[in-house]
Design a protein around this ligand. Structure first.
Ligand code: ADP
Length: 486
């Protein structure tokens, strides 16, 4: 990997604890491996809870100074982080591809997406406006100010190793908070690269910590129980989200949770067929199906079902699978063998209950955790794919007859993150966008992520929103001030 980088110093080998690069004195190391090749990229210090405690202590001190900076001063640092990420996008993308597997072009896009959050929230730092409210009595004056919550801890997954940190770190810093994060142990290098960039951009010491560690539970417990921490922000599974929410209850800690999804993608008879196929591909196969907004259940109306299945299967059969660092690769490997097992389990279960394979269906000839992009037809609601998130390159096609039927099926889940539908009937479009019980609805599009819009779920898909002018509110507290005047 190093030979591919214009700036090899972006590849971290240490932990970033309160502004210092550290080796673990007592804890040994853990390996970061390349899922496409199986080889070890680097070994990182496997930090213990002590590092988290120290980082939180320092974050509390640093935050008290950071809050005094003007919005414009904080914005200047965030803008510089954004610029440096764009300038180094190719190197940062290569590091991301090496540790996570997604194709290099997708990785570079993710880096630009990450940079956009630093730009956006830097701008928002200048606009943390308060309020004045006409007094309720003649001698009373009422003002409302917004203040940072304080020390924020963060736990993030492996599927967007850069963007999931950026979406949390940028609004936290913009609001005047400090930040202690633990990235997923599969993908700590992109998070550490952000720390390198932030240091170069002039972020004051102590405000940011990135703890590489294989001890998810122990570090997580500290993040939820240390009395200096005022907020936890988490992206990951609903299962782990539930555990963290319970752990945070003792301290009544503020929480943001971006959890699992089970996104429906609905194609009505009146949709533009080619657009719908392209949208399904973008939404399903991006990141090899490993995003929480990837369509998980594809519902196609009976009049267009066969044509859609045929077109989609043809396109999917032609997709190039391979090492993300090689030119032309559209689909990389899955993150690990457990993920591959889940895709296989979903296919086996569906086939046993009457589904048919119309593209892919097997482990890829490249071996390892590579899997063929797959399409299944004749999928029914009693199959595992209907209720569980596959998190892999598998498109299950359900057939439906009426709008009422498909809306009920789409909403019949504990999840409520992203949803998509294709239709050209204006009345139906409005009925559907209002009826879908989801935090995000894509209408005639399969791509919805942007820093300017609020991203987040309802039901068991989470709490809070990331991105947009709403995103910074999750890192702020309101203070109501009542002043009596003689
Ligand atoms: P994913 O399927 O994306 O790995 P998880 O919810 O399992 O989703 O993991 C998301 C993040 O949470 C990862 O960084 C993981 O290491 C971490 N994690 C998993 N279990 C716990 C836990 N009990 N406490 C704290 N962090 C955890």
């Amino acid at each position: 990997l190093e030979s591919l980088l214009k700036d090899p110093t972006l590849l971290a080998r240490q932990a970033f604890i309160a502004g210092e690069w550290k080796d673990a004195s007592d804890a040994g190391t853990f390996d970061v491996t390349n899922p496409a090749r199986g080889d070890v990229i680097v070994s990182l210090p496997d930090m213990n809870v002590g590092a988290a405690k120290f980082a939180i202590e320092q974050a509390e001190i640093a935050q008290k100074e950071w809050v005094k900076w003007t919005g414009k001063e904080r914005a200047a640092v965030l803008r510089r982080i954004s610029e440096l990420m764009i300038e180094n996008a190719e190197d940062l993308g290569a590091i991301l591809t090496a540790e996570m597997g997604k194709p290099l072009q997708e990785a570079i896009s993710e880096i630009k997406y990450s940079a956009s959050f630093f730009e956006w929230f830097g701008e928002e730092a200048k606009r943390i406006y308060g309020e004045t409210i006409p007094g309720h009595m003649r001698d009373k004056r009422i003002t409302v100010i917004k203040q940072p919550v304080g020390v924020v801890t963060s736990i993030t997954p492996w599927n967007f190793p850069s963007a999931m940190i950026a979406r949390k770190l940028a609004p936290a810093l913009a609001a005047g908070c400090s930040f202690v994060g633990r990235p997923a142990n599969q993908t700590p290098l992109s998070a550490l690269a952000i720390a390198i960039i932030a240091e170069r951009a002039g972020l004051p010491k102590g405000l940011l910590t990135i703890i590489p560690s294989s001890k998810a539970r122990k570090i997580g417990a500290e993040f939820c129980s240390n009395p200096a921490v005022r907020k936890l922000t988490f992206t990951g599974s609903t299962e782990v989200g539930r555990i963290l929410m319970k752990q945070c209850s003792d301290q009544i800690m503020k929480l943001s949770l971006e959890l699992g999804g089970n996104a429906p993608f609905i194609v009505f008879d009146d949709a533009d067929l080619d657009d719908a196929v392209e949208g399904a591909i973008a939404s399903k196969y991006r990141n090899n199906g490993q995003t929480c907004v990837c369509s998980n259940r594809i519902y196609v109306q009976s009049g267009i079902y066969d044509a859609f299945a045929q077109k989609l299967s043809k396109r999917v059969s032609e997709m190039a699978v391979g090492d993300g660092l090689e030119q032309g690769t559209l689909n990389g490997p899955l993150i690990d063998m457990n993920s591959l097992d889940k895709v296989e389990e979903h296919i086996t279960d569906a086939l046993a209950k009457g589904a048919k394979v119309t593209a892919g269906g097997n482990r890829h000839a490249l071996g390892g955790s590579f899997f063929e992009p797959t399409v299944l037809t004749d999928v029914k609601s009693d199959m595992l794919v209907a209720t569980e998130e596959t998190f892999g390159p598998l498109a299950p096609l359900f057939k439906f007859e009426t709008e009422e039927e498909v809306l009920a099926a789409a909403n019949d889940t504990i999840f409520g993150l992203a949803s998509y539908f294709y239709s050209n009937d204006l009345n139906r479009v409005i009925r559907m966008q209002e009826g879908l019980e989801y935090g995000i609805v894509g209408v005639n599009t399969g791509l919805i992520s942007t820093e300017v819009a609020p991203f987040g779920g309802v039901k068991q898909s989470g709490l809070g929103r990331e991105g947009s002018h709403h995103g910074i509110e999750d890192f702020l507290e309101l203070k109501y001030i009542c002043t009596s005047v003689k």
